[in-house]
Write a protein that binds this ligand. Structure first.
Ligand code: ATP
Ligand code: MN
Length: 157
């Protein structure tokens, strides 16, 4: 049995394909699945700067955008939660949303949650890719001390 698996998702097709293929081959149960989405702080800063410029908003309103984005991501994870739990044969499921640099947060959450495995697709975007791995998956692989299972999801050029 897998004790605890971290499954970071950007809501991409690649992420869903990874979990489907895991489901096809995995015959054991998973104690707990941690579903994680990271709101990219780089994108957030650009968005907030644009918003502040257009609407000349107060800082409190900007904080409100962060709250709304977190709520939206939580909802999207909740919508996928049951499906992911079933496909993983997971007994328990936990949802986490963070704001930060995606690969850094993935590595941190893996430590904090003391997971036994990180499951990721080779790429989030499907189709052809020149890259061996997507940038997030590559960076997590470089930085983490945890075991990783990377499922190939793209076609080679
Ligand atoms: P690139 O971003 O390098 O152009 P890509 O989007 O295809 O290419 P990655 O970003 O490495 O490739 O994405 C692969 C997987 O990494 C995603 O399917 C998801 O599992 C995880 N991931 C990427 N971004 C996030 C995020 N913001 N939050 C959680 N998981 C993420
Ligand atoms: Mn990406």
């Amino acid at each position: 049995m897998f004790r605890k698996i971290l499954f970071p998702t950007d809501f991409s097709e690649g992420a869903m394909r990874a979990i489907q293929r895991f489901n096809r081959d995995n015959q054991t149960e998973v104690g707990e699945c941690v579903l994680l989405h990271v709101i990219d702080e780089g994108h957030l800063e650009d968005m907030i700067a644009g918003y502040a410029y257009i609407y000349r908003s107060e800082e409190s309103e900007i904080k409100n955008i962060e709250k709304k984005l977190i709520e939206k991501a939580k909802k999207e994870l909740e919508e996928r939660a049951e499906k992911c739990k079933g496909m993983m044969k997971a007994k328990n499921l936990k949802i986490i949303v963070r704001i930060g640099i995606p690969h850094d947060e993935i590595v941190k959450v893996a430590e904090e949650e003391n997971v036994s495995l990180i499951l990721m697709p080779s790429h989030g975007k499907l189709g052809f890719s020149h890259e061996f791995l997507g940038s997030t998956t590559m960076r997590v692989l470089r930085k983490t001390k945890k075991p990783m299972l990377i499922i190939k999801t793209h076609k080679e050029e």
